[in-house]
Design a protein around this ligand. Structure first.
Ligand code: AMP
Length: 231
């Protein structure tokens, strides 16, 4: 696909990282995850990493000027990308508008109680070169008419990554008290951004519920993207 610019939107733990990795493979998109970029910078103890470490560990938002500069630098030479975790504020959305035109927004919906269960179960590969994601939570219930059937995504070998064999770990900001803070921040910050895209910018929305196993949701999103006829 040529010239496809997408944003994936969803609360922390809604699987947006995993969906965007799959969409990257399917459509040949460059995946840009601000969360991944920041975690990597922190791990490498770069100037940027040291500056933002405390903010990220507390689940707070990194200041707009820093995030905008990082993303603009990444996308300036790209025709195909999926943004994961950006924009999270109106300022960031407006800054993005100034440098490019977004074709569609993928919005993942999920009830909060499911999210908390799912985030508590998330495990990531400790090897930063790999970054594979697993989940030990096993969810099967209905909330407000939405039936969730979310089986665990387990590694084949006792809590070791299938791809590289490194031990699986829980992300610092996946701990329950931090998770709740992150959901609160997401709700407060995302509402105006989504409204901005719905009312002012009028970017097409692809909305899906995170209530079925990964591949089914990916297929749904893929069909919707193809329907929009972007390319
Ligand atoms: P994520 O993996 O997308 O949940 O991001 C992890 C953390 O990185 C967030 O809790 C923020 O501290 C920071 N972060 C990531 N993306 C942004 C953004 N667009 N604006 C501000 N902070 C961000």
């Amino acid at each position: 696909m040529v010239n496809t610019k997408l944003i994936i939107f969803g609360p922390p733990g809604s699987g947006k990282g995993t969906y965007s990795s799959r969409l990257k493979e399917i459509f040949g998109l460059e995946k840009i995850s601000t969360g991944d970029i920041f975690r990597e910078e922190i791990k490498k103890k770069t100037t940027l990493g040291n500056k933002i470490e405390k903010i990220v560990k507390e689940g707070k938002l990194v200041p707009d000027d820093i995030v905008i500069e990082v993303v603009n630098e990444k996308i300036k030479s790209l025709d195909n990308f999926i943004l994961d975790g950006y924009p999270r504020t109106i300022e960031q959305a407006k800054a993005l508008d100034r440098v490019t035109k977004i074709d569609a927004i993928i919005k993942i919906n999920v009830h909060e109680e499911i999210l908390i269960e799912k985030i508590a179960g998330r495990r990531i590969c400790s090897n930063p070169e790999c970054g594979s994601i697993y989940n030990i939570a096993d969810i099967n219930k209905t909330v407000e008419g939405i039936t969730y059937v979310l089986p665990p995504i387990m590694p084949k070998n006792d809590m070791k990554c299938d791809k590289c064999g490194a031990p699986l770990i829980q992300r610092d900001d996946d701990k329950p008290e931090i998770v709740k803070e992150r959901i609160k921040i997401y709700e407060k910050q995302s509402e105006p951004v989504l409204k901005y895209y719905q009312n002012e910018n009028k970017v097409p929305f692809i909305e899906v519920w995170m209530n079925r196993p990964l591949e089914e949701i990916v297929e749904k999103i893929e069909k919707e993207i193809n329907k929009l006829g972007i390319s």
